[in-house]
Design a protein around this ligand. Structure first.
Ligand SMILES: Nc1nc2c(c(=O)[nH]1)N=C([C@H](O)[C@@H](O)CO)CN2
Length: 120
C-alpha cells in the first residue's frame, strides 16, 4: 500500500524551547504530515469510516500540542508520531515540524522524522 493522506501547513500554538523565556508564552509551530493510508478502500465505500480522517487527525494533534510544554522540537515531534501510530493505526508516517523564526526572522528550523514500516 503506497497511498498517503497528507496535511500541510498545520499551524498550532504551543510552549516550546530550551530557554526559560520560551516557556512563558505560546508560539506557532507548523506541521507537515504524510501518513500511509488505504485510499482504495476509502474510495470503494466512499465512507469516512474507511478513510484516515485528516480532520480528526488535525483535531487530536491540536489538542496534544496546545496542552503540552516541550523543550525540544524532537520531543514534540515524537509525541505527535506516537499518537498517530497508536490512536489512528497509521503504519508509516513522515512528520516535519517547523519552528519558524527560531534562529532569526524568516528562518525555518525543525526536525523531520519517519516512523513505522512503509509497505509498498
Ligand atoms: N536540535 C535542536 N536544537 C535546538 C532546539 C531544539 O528543539 N532542537 N531548540 C533551541 C531553542 O529552543 C531555539 O529554538 C530558540 O533559541 C536551540 N536548538
Amino acid at each position: 500500500m503506497s497511498d498517503i493522506v497528507f496535511i500541510r501547513g498545520l499551524r498550532l500554538e504551543t510552549r516550546i524551547g530550551i530557554h526559560p523565556w520560551e516557556q512563558r508564552s505560546t508560539r506557532p509551530i507548523i506541521l507537515d504530515l504524510q501518513l500511509s493510508a488505504d485510499a482504495r478502500r476509502a474510495a470503494a465505500s466512499d465512507r469516512i469510516e474507511d478513510a484516515l480522517d485528516y480532520e480528526a487527525v488535525a483535531r487530536r494533534l491540536r489538542e496534544l500540542v496546545i496542552q503540552g510544554r516541550y523543550a525540544l522540537v524532537e520531543t514534540l515531534a515524537e509525541r505527535c508520531a506516537q499518537v498517530l501510530l497508536d490512536e489512528f493505526g497509521v503504519r508509516w508516517l513522515r512528520l516535519e515540524l517547523n519552528k519558524p523564526g527560531a534562529v532569526g526572522e524568516g528562518t525555518d528550523v525543525g526536525v523531520i522524522i519517519e516512523r513505522g514500516q512503509r509497505v509498498d
